[in-house]
Design a protein around this ligand. Structure first.
Ligand code: COA
Length: 177
């Protein structure tokens, strides 16, 4: 399979929305059975623009012109003290799952974040999401926390596992101003 990892463009927005909607329908990960406000193409375009302005990577895995998955980061927290830390998300289309896309896309996101001089990446994963836990472990993330019963979907409480990995020198050096 020929996988091209590249920055997303406005032309990818509809395909990314399809993948996102699919996850809502399937109730996978942390999306649950419904979303409060449906995500619209315009919202996603605006989000992409804001991220680009702040040098926050937003990538797609392109398989022969088809968007098979996407991954992006947002600031971990908005307050300035947290400016070196990011929170990320990754979604792969169900037709392409377990075919190694995540295993290429997540390292590409990690690399792009390191290039942009960020120092920490953090993710929250539903404790039952074996695929995501395995993927993150394979990409150097460590489990750093368990958040008990923070989600509620399909009539059940769900736990989240917090994972983290450092980028570049991490906390091994004082960052340049
Ligand atoms: C999690 C997700 C991104 C993984 O992407 P993927 O392209 O299917 O994963 P890959 O094929 O690259 O596999 C990555 C690793 O996970 C393992 N894996 C994949 N699917 C798995 C499954 N269903 N159960 C257990 N392990 C699984 C693979 O064996 C591989 O491990 P390895 O590196 O030791 O060989 C994808 O399943 C997905 O989009 N899921 C729905 C959305 C989601 O949960 N996003 C993450 C929210 S935190």
């Amino acid at each position: 399979m020929n996988v091209l990892l590249r920055s997303s463009t406005d032309d990818d927005v509809e395909a990314m929305l399809d993948i996102y909607r699919q996850h809502i329908q399937q109730g996978i990960g942390d999306l649950g059975e419904y979303e409060a406000e449906p995500l619209r193409a315009e919202d996603l375009k605006q989000r992409r623009k804001n991220m680009r302005k702040r040098r926050l990577p937003h990538l797609v895995a392109d398989v022969d012109g088809v968007v098979a998955g996407y991954a992006y980061v947002v600031p971990f927290r908005k307050r300035p003290a947290y400016r070196y830390a990011l929170k990320h998300s990754i979604y792969v289309h169900s037709d392409f799952r377990r075919a190694g896309i995540g295993r290429q896309l997540l390292p590409a996101l990690i690399h792009a974040c390191a290039q942009a001089n960020y120092l920490q990446m953090i993710g929250y994963i539903d404790s039952t999401n074996a695929a995501s836990l395995r993927l993150h472990e394979a990409c150097g993330f460590q489990r750093v926390g368990l958040l008990k019963s923070v989600g509620f979907k399909y009539g059940q409480w769900t736990d989240s596992i917090m994972v983290q990995r450092s980028l570049g020198q991490g906390d091994g050096a004082i960052p340049a101003p």
